[in-house]
Ligand binder design. Structure first.
Ligand SMILES: NC(=O)c1ccc[n+]([C@@H]2O[C@H](COP(=O)([O-])OP(=O)(O)OC[C@H]3O[C@@H](n4cnc5c(N)ncnc54)[C@H](O)[C@@H]3O)[C@@H](O)[C@H]2O)c1
Length: 443
């Protein structure tokens, strides 16, 4: 069917071609009308295009704020938040199942320490919601496996970045969290040489975004967060006490953790947020971090690959105060239970709130070669060792925690020695990975 004259006018068969040189009045009118309608149409199309471009750019910048420094951007569909289904899942996850139970937002919940703490809280009846950006600093499939584990215990882990204000606002809109257990961070000392910005993104900018949200929340939650033994830097007075110098960091990672202690102090001072910083000492155990020496040594010894062992410049072995994950979890939970309350609301301070810092270590430093020999025993295989003198890569020669303060105020009492903890780690490792033609695969 041929188009009606009107249809033809509105949708010219040759778009953009408008005859304007006809002198007949009617024709002029018609031309003018055609011209006008075409211009209007073009104008409307242009408006639509501008609107689409603007909304695309705003989505892009929203995604960017959260992912610019990530190794692996979050797929768009994972960024979409909100909606009744999402809120229902958040509420169910945050449901408290005991009298005086806590309602805790755990950042970094798909991480090593975060997944253990989230489970421990849920198991005793607290409400827990997780937040993690699942970046690929190390194999994200391990983070997804931890998430599946948490999912099985009705803990919902939101996929998002702590820099993403929209997600934080939404989470606090849905749940009046009593506590935030902040464990999301860019961890690792040596990686800072490769990707310094990821440390600033997560450990500085992300921390500030989170604290901004906490200070504005009504009620304000109490915040417990992970600092690190690395803040002791070049301190050589052993064991390390909370009152020792922490102004000589040996790595950018340590510097960002030290900055975190100063930043949290200012939020405590200005806004009345109750803050507890925990200086963890080399945490290890099942579901651990593949970038850490005990984990990568296990992988390489099993595969018959060479391992590199660093030694101090004067030929002294490096030593670490290895702390088993279950002991760290007990310390985190005790810190939450004793955190005290934030005093402010809606961004206004109403009185002084607690500001605390504790070492969470094991107080028994073990040298790296001793750790390797324990692994060799459990793996029933000799390591091919390559010993090299430590470069200036951010590692410190030893760590050793004084935990008297945490013992006294948190009732913290680590009970797992390195041989016991590594036996549990190797058992987990062997159940999680099976050898397939020399390649570890998950089953
Ligand atoms: N494991 C240790 O030996 C140790 C020692 C000292 C301090 N710490 C600190 O303890 C905390 C937990 O460490 P871990 O060993 O479980 O590390 P992890 O890397 O396994 O866990 C951190 C989690 O945070 C997530 N994350 C990172 N940046 C994020 C961001 N911007 N937004 C949202 N999620 C983000 C990561 O995806 C990861 O799952 C970290 O703050 C770390 O610096 C750990």
């Amino acid at each position: 069917m041929p188009p009606s004259p009107l249809e033809e006018d509105i949708f010219p068969s040759t778009p953009g071609k408008i005859k304007i040189e006809r002198t007949h009045h009617y024709t002029m009118n018609r031309s003018f009308h055609r011209c006008f309608t075409s211009t209007t149409t073009m104008f409307l199309w242009a408006l639509l295009l501008i609107a689409l471009t603007a909304s695309y750019l705003s989505i892009q910048s929203f995604v960017d704020t959260g992912t610019r420094f990530l190794h692996h951007p979050i797929p768009r569909d994972h960024v979409i938040i909100g909606g009744p289904h999402w809120e229902k899942k958040i509420r169910a996850s945050a449901q408290v199942h005991r009298v005086h139970g806590l309602s805790v937002l755990v950042t970094g919940a798909a991480g090593f320490v975060g997944s253990h703490v989230a489970l421990a809280l849920k198991k005793r009846g607290d409400g827990v919601v997780g937040l993690d950006n699942f970046n690929d600093y190390y194999d994200p499939s391990l983070k997804h496996a931890r998430r599946a584990l948490l999912d099985g215990h009705n803990i919902f882990v939101v996929e998002g970045d702590i820099n993403d204000k929209r997600i934080l606002v939404k989470l606090f809109d849905v749940v009046p969290f009593t506590h935030v257990m902040h464990l999301a961070a860019q961890a690792g000392v040596r990686y800072a040489i490769e990707n310094p910005h990821s440390y600033v993104h997560s450990n500085i900018a992300g921390l500030v975004k989170l604290l901004e949200q906490c200070k504005s929340a009504d009620p304000q939650p109490a915040v417990v967060w992970a600092s690190s033994s690395s803040v002791y830097g070049l301190n050589d007075k052993a064991p390390f006490s909370e009152s020792d110098r922490t102004d000589r960091p040996a790595s950018l990672y340590a510097a960002t953790k030290k900055a975190g202690e100063a930043i949290t102090h200012s939020y405590n001072h200005i806004y009345g947020l109750a803050i507890t910083g925990l200086r963890f000492f080399t945490v290890y155990g099942p579901w651990g971090r593949p970038d850490m020496a005990y984990f990568s040594f296990t992988q390489n010894i099993r595969k018959g690959k060479r391992i590199t062992i660093y030694r101090g410049k004067n030929g002294v072995d490096l030593a670490r105060d290895f702390t088993y994950i279950d002991d760290i979890v007990k310390g985190c939970v005790a810190a939450l239970d004793t955190s005290g309350k934030s005093t402010g609301s809606g961004g206004k301070k109403k009185g002084a709130a607690p500001y605390r810092i504790y070492n969470l270590g094991n107080t028994q430093p073990v040298t790296v070669p001793t750790m390797v020999s324990i692994l060799e025993k459990y793996l029933k295989k000799k390591a091919k060792k390559h010993v090299v003198t430590m470069l200036g890569n951010g590692d410190v020669p030893f760590t050793h925690a004084n935990i008297s303060l945490a013992r006294r105020e948190l009732g913290y009492n680590p009970t797992t020695d390195l041989p016991t903890g590594l036996r549990k780690f190797v058992k987990w490792y062997e159940s999680y990975y099976v050898e397939d033609h020399g390649k570890p695969v998950k089953y």
